[in-house]
Design a protein around this ligand. Sequence first.
Ligand SMILES: Nc1ncnc2c1ncn2[C@@H]1O[C@H](COP(=O)(O)OP(=O)(O)O)[C@@H](O)[C@H]1O
Ligand SMILES: Nc1ccn([C@@H]2O[C@H](COP(=O)(O)OP(=O)(O)O)[C@@H](O)[C@H]2O)c(=O)n1
Length: 307
Amino acid sequence: MIKLLMLRHRAFCRAFSTSVRTKPFQVAIDGPAASGKSTTAKLVAQRLGFDYIDTGAFYRCITFATLSKGIDPSDSNNNHQISDIAERSVIQLQTVFAEPPPAFNNGQPSSSLSTRSFLLPTTRVFLNSKDVSSDIRTGIVSKHVSAVAAIGNVREAVLQKVRNLGATDAHVKGPNDSKNDNNNSNSGLAAKLSTPKGLVMDGRDIGTVVLPHADLKVFLVADSRVRAERRLQELIMNAADSTELQGQLDVEAVQKDLERRDELDRTRKVSPLRKAEDAMELDTSNLTIEEQVDAIVQEALHRQRQC
Ligand SMILES: Nc1ncnc2c1ncn2[C@@H]1O[C@H](COP(=O)(O)OP(=O)(O)O)[C@@H](O)[C@H]1O
Ligand SMILES: Nc1ccn([C@@H]2O[C@H](COP(=O)(O)OP(=O)(O)O)[C@@H](O)[C@H]2O)c(=O)n1
C-alpha cells in the first residue's frame, strides 16, 4: 500500500514538474550583515549551475550615486531626489563562475565540496556602465546604505530592476550582454521564470518579499563578533592601501557598524529584515564556508528530487 502511494506520489511529481513547473528552482538567502550570504550564495549557484543575483549591490549602487552627487542620505528631505536617482540608475551584475570541477563533467553537481577545489566566483557591479565593484564596498557607502534602503520608493525601484534583469545565459552576464537589462522590458526575470534554470538571490527581504514562493529559503546568522572579524579581514584583504581603511581597522568599530545597520534593517517600515516563516536557519559562526554551502546544496538537491 505504502509502495503504491509512493509510486503515485512520484508519478504526480513527474507530471507536476513537466507540466506545471515553469519557474526555475529558486533559492532565497537572507540574513544580517556579513553573515556569509553572498559568499555562500555564489558558491551554491556555482555548485548547482544556477544564476546569482546580489540585491545588496543595488542598494549600494544607489547610495554611491547619491553620495557622488553630494546629497546627504541621512536627511529625509532628500528622499525624493534619492528615489529619482534609484529610478534612473542603470545597474548590472556580472558574475564569473569558476570552471566546473571534474565532478561536474557528467552534468551532475558533486555531492560534496571535499571532492573539488575551492574556487570563489566573482561578481562585478556596473552603475551606468561604469565598474563600481570596489566603490560600493567602502565604509562611507556601508554607513549610509541602510538609510537609503529604508526609503519606500527606492525599494520599489530596486524591486522593478531585479524583476527586469536580463534573461541571457546569466551565468556570465555583463553590461553589453542585453540591451533589455535597464528598461522595463518583460524579457528579464519574467523570461527566467519560464526557463528551467535555477536562481540564487541574496539580500534582506528575498524570502519575504522578492521571492515569496522560493523553493528553498535560508536565513543565515552568525555571532556579531564573528561577523565583524570576518568583515574586517575582508576589508583588509580588499583594500588597495591603508588609507582606504580609515576608521575601519578596529574590530569593535566594525562590529558596532554591523549592529547599527542590522538594527536599521530590522526596524524599518518597508520590507524589514526578518526570517521568513518557512526559512531554514543556519548559524555560520562555527561552520566553514564549505560546510554552510554543502548544507544548502544538499537541501536544494533533496527538494529538487522530491518534486
Ligand atoms: N563560515 C565562514 N568562515 C569564515 N569566513 C566566512 C564564513 N562565511 C563567510 N565568511 C567570510 O565572511 C565575510 C563576509 O561574508 P559575505 O558573504 O560577504 O557576507 P554577507 O553577504 O552576508 O554580507 C567574507 O569575507 C566571507 O569570505
Ligand atoms: N534585499 C536587500 C538587500 C540589501 N539591503 C540593504 O542594503 C544594505 C547592504 O546590503 P549588502 O548585502 O551589500 O550588505 P552586507 O551584508 O554585504 O554588508 C543592507 O544593510 C540593507 O540595508 C536591503 O535592504 N534589502
